[in-house]
Ligand binder design. Structure first.
Ligand SMILES: Nc1ncnc2c1ncn2[C@@H]1O[C@H](COP(=O)(O)OP(=O)(O)OP(=O)(O)O)[C@@H](O)[C@H]1O
Length: 194
């Protein structure tokens, strides 16, 4: 696993004319998971986009060491092509191994010849997770990763996150749902809300 570190100092986030939160900080070493909680609209997705470098913080700064893998509600898999081709596209871009094993673990074997647009919500989520695992990025930013998943898929996702951290990766999970990760730290964004 590539070396990784992710920290944020005194972050504030402004959306439109409203400052959502101020003074947020974190410092994550390799092998750690952080669960960010908070009610709808508090700014969890905005924070994840700031951490990913897709949104400029209103105040403060983020330091990243290591590649970022972001999984949010916009899976970057071509809706028109069958799942196998969509995953192969990213394997070629990422220069990663083929993802047969991950596909199997996530129960996607039977769906590989189905166009992505025909997959159900949970199946799409599992496909996005397969792409993330195969990306080999040490820092995972997961925005509501359990939404739409059944009980088994939730457990598999939690296991994959735990394994990623055991192997020296970092994982930040933004979710209002319970995430079963015994060793994860937890921060409520409510504490920084204005
Ligand atoms: N581009 C934008 N311009 C203005 N306001 C925005 C923009 N994007 C998001 N917002 C607002 O910022 C607030 C926080 O949104 P965000 O999606 O970060 O919250 P969240 O905590 O992830 O919510 P949820 O749990 O419902 O997914 C919301 O009130 C939202 O309407």
């Amino acid at each position: 696993m590539q070396a990784c570190h992710l920290s944020a100092t005194d972050l504030a986030c402004r959306r439109g004319d409203r400052v959502l939160f101020r003074g947020f900080g974190m410092d994550l070493e390799a092998g750690t998971a952080l669960h960010i909680t908070g009610s709808n609209g508090i700014g969890k997705t905005s924070l994840m986009r700031i951490l990913a470098g897709l949104l400029t913080p209103y105040e403060g700064h983020v330091k990243r060491e290591g590649a970022i893998g972001l999984m949010d509600e916009h899976p970057a898999l071509d809706p028109q092509v069958q799942l196998s081709d969509g995953l192969a596209f990213w394997s070629a871009i990422d220069g990663s191994k083929d993802c047969e094993e991950t596909v199997h673990i996530l129960g996607l074997d039977e769906l590989m010849d189905v166009p992505f647009r025909f997959l159900s919500t949970g199946q799409r989520k599992r496909a996005a997770l397969a792409r993330l695992v195969n990306q080999d990025a040490p820092i995972w930013l997961l925005d509501e990763p359990l939404n739409g998943l059944d009980v088994d898929a939730k457990e598999q996702t939690e296991s994959l996150i735990a394994l990623h951290c055991d192997e020296g990766g970092i994982c930040v999970i933004a979710s209002h749902q319970t995430v079963r990760l015994p060793r994860a730290q937890s921060i409520s964004l409510e504490e920084y809300a204005l």
